[in-house]
Design a protein around this ligand. Sequence first.
Ligand code: NIG
Length: 388
Amino acid sequence: MAVLITGIGELTTNDPELGKLRDAAVVIEGEEIAWAGAAADAPDADERIDVEGRAVLPGWVDSHTHLVFAGDRTAEFEARMAGKAYSAGGIAVTVEATRSASDEQLAANLRRHVDEAAKQGTTCLETKTGYGLNVEDEVRSARIAAGVADEVTFLGAHLVPPGADAESYVDLVCGDMLDAVAPLVRWADVFCETGAFDEAQSGRVLKAARERGLGLRVHGNQLGEGPGVRLAVELGAASVDHCTYLSEADVEALAASDTVATLLPACDLSTRQPLAPARRLLDAGATVALASNANPGSSYTTSMAFCVTTAVLQMRMTIDEAVWSATAGGARALRRDDVGVIRVGARADLQVLEAPSVTHLAYRPGVPLTVGVWRRGELLTSGFGSKR
Ligand code: NIG
């Protein structure tokens, strides 16, 4: 069945040929976009939905979350707001709660957060393991994630579990753990940071993952300058995430590479770090993605709109740069061309704003503007009743 969405006041496509259109229409057929262009030229369809001048854009592509978890870290957040610094060690609290939870509890918690994100316009979501940190719990996390998320990343190298010897744990991650998890995931990641894994350990994990055919991602330069970005670029990682503290050499290396710099503004704010240097990266020619980093410790939000607003108001990205980074940029960080874009053949993932243009995402900070969401051609929410 073909559905015509018409009356689109502003259509952001991220497609270089289509660009940004006024008075536009889109046709969805099954799970895909069948047509996009000027409303006056739209073909007939079985059903017609008039969005009465509202803005339409691709659904958010959230390329960095940690949503296979149990438990709560409110106390840690309160301590941070009272001046205590964020450290990687807090991850262990979630590891304990996650190991104690049943499969059903973990799956329900993941589903609840993915649904929460979808209502806010997120139509493609990556999530990671990393709160299991033993073979059994990492495999279980990957299996649960694979049943719900679009993309799954193995993050056995998130933290050396309390009481374990670091080198022996890296041996386990590079051996039995990767062997068991690899069939369930597309990506492998490592937290290359003081208090987590050093350059040599991170390199070992990434190379072992690459040998098993996994794509690479890196958590790097979150709490200080370090080797994360350099390593990610050298090993051809699809993305290096955080990038809060970058040297000039890091910026130049990213600009000269295909590795996407994925910035996580909600995390920078929640951990009271400086905001990542988006302007420096963009001006140097690097590809920037924005993601939520939804997790119970450092960034407990699923709101991509909040990330876009922050990127514009506080990180000096333009509206169009921020919207691109949270849609097509996320897709680039996941090496996908079927999401984050409105063009014929792309996945029918769209959102409708209660606003005439995407500018309102920053102009009206904090207002929940996403009122309609299609994911794979299915209308998930439609709060865009007729205008009075
Ligand atoms: O991306 N940096 C490492 N991992 C997460 C934090 C997870 C946690 O604190 O539980 C992050 O910020």
